[in-house]
Write a protein that binds this ligand. Structure first.
Ligand code: PLP
Length: 422
């Protein structure tokens, strides 16, 4: 670890754990570490803190605490909702979702297809929006569940969840929404949305990784995904992650407190950042509709550069951002979200997502703007597809990038060896 200041613009990937959340958690790591299911007081005294946290996260989404099941993450919550719907009725073997969901849905849908289920991935328009008539027409007699996210993690584009829920209700089909990117940014009211299931993940709202929730509307039939003990009223086996649940509860309170700030100050920072980039850096374009959109997210296409190289140079300046691309084992695939929006692979490879959070400041935005323009110019001047050729004697960027990637994979190897005790 080095001590360089971090300029963090990747809050849709994960968020810093808030100091208030750490403070709330520590007693449950250090002092109150008993098992909440134990018969003796040292253990079961902890159970009431789980219930207090449940009440807090339920308040964040305007649910009854009994409608909240703690899970290990957003991925588990999404998988659980779909799994439950398919388990309820063996004649219903069709799932309807979209082509721009998080891989928590895309990969699970593909796994279901391999098991013989039918999964429809609905297309989106060039601005990332969904055709609701097509959605309605695509619901079949054998559709077990419709799973359509609320806010896209790459572009911030919002889908009209209330309208989708109404369509599903009129067709008598269950509706799940992945709301992982929404807490603290949008008002979440499960009663007005009317979805049967809704997923959240704590690490997107300044709580630790490895804890999430699934909202299950009262009286919705439910079949557990993780089967074991009687925890979570029989809906999710496994000893509770007590400290993280308590942290999630505290983070839910903070998300409500910060809602105004995110929708004023942070939205303002995002808009200034985006407008300045689009105005001052040539050949740039915003991906996705401007509104309705998350107040913290901006996804920008920089023509004639590869996002991977942009991120590497930003990283050298201590700036954390991400591309709209999934980087797997060193090979760069264009993002499935941007591809589904009809963005050409060559352009999709030059897209960068900037996602802000409550800890970002004006000075940090200035710092990012100061570095971004020169980074793009430098890369364009050395790009083979650019009309501007690199000046003679300058080091080859592709070689530098390879070296960077190599050192990253070496570091990853070292880390995994260390974690294996090797
Ligand atoms: N859904 C969305 C929209 C996300 O952005 C993420 C995480 O990036 C997930 C689901 C998965 O959440 P988790 O990392 O808790 O499994």
């Amino acid at each position: 670890m080095n001590d360089q200041k971090i300029y963090y613009f990747d809050n849709n990937a994960t968020t810093r754990v808030a100091p208030e959340v750490i403070d709330a958690m520590v007693p449950f790591l250090r002092d109150y570490w008993g098992n909440p299911s134990s018969a003796y007081a040292f253990g079961n005294q902890v159970a009431k803190h789980i219930e207090a946290a449940r009440t807090k996260v339920a308040a964040l989404i305007n649910a009854d605490p009994k409608e909240v099941v703690f899970t290990s993450c957003g991925t588990e919550s999404n998988n659980s909702a779909i799994h439950s719907a398919l388990s309820q009725n063996s004649n219903k073997r069709h799932v309807l979702t979209t082509a721009v969901e998080h891989s928590a849905n895309i990969s699970y849908g593909q796994a279901l297809q391999r098991q013989g289920y039918e999964v429809t991935f609905l297309p989106v328009d060039s601005d990332g929006s969904l055709d609701l008539h097509l959605l309605e027409k695509s619901i079949r007699a054998d559709t077990a569940i419709v799973s359509v996210m609320w806010a896209n993690n790459e572009t911030g584009v919002l889908f009209p969840v209330e309208e989708i829920a109404a369509i599903c209700r009129s067709k008598g089909v269950l509706y799940h929404t992945d709301a992982v990117q929404t807490p603290g940014k949008l008002k979440i009211d499960v009663k007005s949305i009317g979805a049967d299931f809704l997923s959240l993940s704590a690490h997107k709202l300044h709580a630790p990784k490895g804890i999430g929730l699934l909202y299950i509307k009262r009286r919705t039939p439910y079949h557990p995904y993780v089967t074991g003990g009687h925890q979570e009223r029989g809906r999710r086996g496994g000893t509770e992650n007590v400290a993280s649940i308590v942290g999630f509860g505290r983070a839910a309170e903070l998300a409500m407190e910060h809602f105004r700030e995110v929708n004023t100050r942070i939205r303002g920072l995002r808009d200034r950042l985006e407008e300045t980039i689009l105005k001052t850096v040539p050949h740039t374009l915003r991906n996705g509709a401007s509104e309705p959109r998350l107040p913290n997210t901006s996804n920008i296409a920089f023509d004639l550069v590869e996002a991977e190289a942009v991120l590497m140079l930003l990283d050298q300046a201590g700036i954390c951002a991400s591309s709209g691309s999934a980087c797997t084992t060193g090979s760069l695939e264009p993002s499935h979200v941007l591809t589904a929006m009809g963005i050409q692979p060559s352009r999709a490879k030059g897209c960068v997502r900037l996602s802000l959070g409550i800890y970002n400041t004006d000075e940090e935005v200035d710092y990012l703007l100061k570095h971004l323009g020169p980074v793009i110019s430098k890369l364009r001047s050395s790009s083979p597809s650019s009309p501007v050729q690199p000046p003679k004697g300058k080091p080859d960027l592709a070689a530098k990038r390879q070296a960077h990637q190599k050192s990253r994979s070496e570091a990853a190897e070292e880390m995994s060896e260390a974690s294996l005790g090797g």
